[in-house]
Design a protein around this ligand. Structure first.
Ligand SMILES: N[C@@H](CCC(=O)N[C@@H](CS)C(=O)NCC(=O)O)C(=O)O
Length: 94
């Protein structure tokens, strides 16, 4: 189990600094005290290409989840991502 401020090594967030939906997810991360690697698709073209190639579209935010079995899950929709983070890192999950 992760401690509140440890980086979540199995997660990365494809996002953009100018996107309000991404800001909502970053705010949730701050509220929960969880650190997730941010991959800015506006600044790094490689990340945008990777997102489209692997997940299907360039919409952000998109959470990349490395599952314990080695598979990768891609989660679009800021509300779904916030709900996932809340379930996993919220106080009620401990
Ligand atoms: N319903 C989505 C909306 C996300 C959205 O509209 N993202 C915009 C940036 S603010 C985007 O990626 N647009 C470009 C695209 O869809 O390829 C959410 O809540 O995450």
């Amino acid at each position: 189990m992760s401690s509140p401020h440890s980086p979540a090594e199995d997660l990365s967030l494809y996002q953009s600094s100018t996107c309000w939906f991404c800001a909502k997810v970053r705010q949730k991360m701050g509220d929960l005290g969880v650190q997730i690697e941010l991959r800015d698709i506006g600044q790094h073209h490689d990340y945008r290409e990777e997102l489209v190639r692997e997940a299907g579209k360039s919409q952000v935010p998109c959470l990349r989840i490395e599952e314990p079995d080695g598979k990768t899950t891609w989660m679009y929709e800021s509300s779904d991502i916030c709900a996932y983070l809340e379930r996993r890192f919220g106080s009620s999950s401990h």
